[in-house]
Design a protein around this ligand. Structure first.
Ligand code: ZN
Length: 159
């Protein structure tokens, strides 16, 4: 298990376009495992490779239904609309309102470069769109309606 350092807003790597994975290698499979470990360690629901400083088109998502790996994902269908709060491990402690499709369908490859189709509604559709945006160097703050707000934690802070 290896936790990688998460790049934060202001780091120029987050604005860069990621390159497709041509061939799966043990090194890339290790990267995918590290991305999952890093996402779970930070209680995220998704992570893109650029967020750990690697400009490859790889995304991991887990909305609480198990890990989903997407290599070279392409959104092939969307429908509907949802408006809600979104956060990002690269924008820690903040949230903002973003409108996304209610449904999204993706064609991608898994960690063995087997073609997969993934679809989701609600939070899954939001996560798919958010993470695929990262691969094109787009952060949610660029799609946000209104201002970035501080996340309100339920627990009182101990001083
Ligand atoms: Zn993000």
């Amino acid at each position: 298990m290896a936790i990688r350092n998460i790049r934060e807003i202001g780091d120029s790597i987050l604005t860069k376009t990621c390159r497709p994975v041509e061939n799966m290698t043990p090194r890339i499979q290790q990267l995918i495992q590290d991305m999952l470990d890093t996402m779970y360690e930070n209680y995220g629901v998704g992570l893109a490779a650029s967020q750990v400083g690697v400009l490859k088109r790889i995304v991991v998502i887990d909305i609480g239904e198990g890990p989903v790996v997407m290599v070279n994902p392409q959104i092939v269908e969307t429908s509907g609309e949802q408006t809600g709060d979104e956060g990002c491990l690269s924008v820690p402690g903040k949230t903002g309102t973003v409108t996304r499709p209610m449904y999204a369908k993706v064609k991608a490859f898994d960690e063995n470069m087997k073609p997969v189709e993934i679809e989701g509604e609600g939070l899954m559709a939001r996560a798919i769109c958010h993470e695929c945006d990262h691969l094109d160097g787009v952060l949610y703050v660029e799609r946000m309606e209104g201002e970035l707000r501080d996340v309100e934690y339920e627990e009182e802070e101990q001083s």
